[in-house]
Design a protein around this ligand. Structure first.
Ligand code: ATP
Ligand code: MG
Length: 269
């Protein structure tokens, strides 16, 4: 497919999105739109590192679903390399979405328990019709994410939370995406493991220079893994800039409240 090598890989224009919900016990004619994202404008360029920050329920994972082609917005456009993915035929949409690697929110629920790591990593290669040496590709990606070679013969339940997270990152990277999206990559992990995962994300960036979108509710994590921070509150983008800019000059009531509750966050250089 012809790819528009424009400035941005991902662009969301005036996106309004949410869910169709039916009140319990009522018939389908009573279904209503629950708007979660309100007029989102968001762009990610080549090799950019962006953090999406917001409290629980603010719409972060919903925004990712829209970007990943699994939740069609009520209105607005979602472009990947300039192509409006929700207006493309299914096959072309899938082709474009392969440029995005995704690490879901919960490493304990997101791996198929009956598959060995080798099969888990093989799946995306088969899906994209990889023609090269599969075993070699798997060996390289396992090394890249800092797992031991013998992990390929293990089942998810034999792995620690940190190792599962590395397997998920390997699965997202193996088909060489241009963008890596991680949804709360550290929140399910012990504090001691969180720093390792943050370091791994940064090592991956240094090695591959791909674009990285990290969703987190933790400003400290955002500071380590992103150059630009986008703050979402109640489905709206309320702040955008470097973390230092946002902390030194907060515009939204949400951020002002966050800062006043954590005085030591203030005046970050
Ligand atoms: N499948 C769904 N159907 C209906 N409502 C949903 C669905 N998924 C999420 N929501 C609602 O949309 C809102 C935003 O949810 P979302 O998961 O995007 O938040 P989040 O910022 O990712 O939160 P968290 O930090 O807890 O992961 C919430 O009110 C949630 O209840
Ligand atoms: Mg979420």
């Amino acid at each position: 497919m012809a790819v528009n090598r424009g400035k941005y890989i991902i662009e969301l224009e005036n996106v309004i999105a949410g869910y169709i919900v039916a009140p319990p016990k009522l018939r389908s004619i009573f279904k209503t739109k629950q708007i979660v994202l309100r007029d989102i404008n968001f762009r990610v360029g080549t090799s950019e590192r962006v953090a999406i920050v917001g409290r629980s329920g603010s719409g972060k994972s919903t925004l990712l679903k829209v970007i990943l082609g699994i939740l069609k917005p009520f209105s607005g456009r979602v472009l990947i390399h300039g192509h409006d993915i929700y207006r493309l035929p299914w096959r072309r949409r899938v082709e474009l979405l392969r440029r995005i690697g995704y690490v879901p929110q919960d490493p304990f629920k997101s791996l198929n328990p009956v598959l060995k790591v080798k099969s888990i990593l093989k799946e995306p290669l088969e899906a994209c019709g990889f023609k090269g040496n599969v075993d070699e590709k798997i060996r390289l990606i396992v090394k890249l994410v800092g797992l031991p070679e013998n992990v390929v013969d293990m089942y998810p339940e034999e792995l620690s939370g940190g190792m599962r997270q590395r397997v998920l990152i390997a699965r997202a990277l193996i088909s060489e995406p241009e963008v890596l999206i991680l949804d709360e990559p550290t929140s399910a992990l012990d504090v001691s493991i969180q720093a390792q995962v943050v370091n791994l994300i940064n090592e991956i960036y240094e090695r591959l220079k791909l674009s990285i979108i990290t969703v987190t509710h933790d400003l400290a994590i955002a500071q380590y893994v992103a150059d630009r921070v986008v703050v979402i509150d109640n489905g709206r983008i309320v702040e955008e800039g470097s973390l230092a800019e946002i902390l030194n000059n907060p515009r939204s009531n949400f951020m002002k409240t966050v800062i006043s509750s954590y005085p030591k966050l203030h005046k970050l250089e």
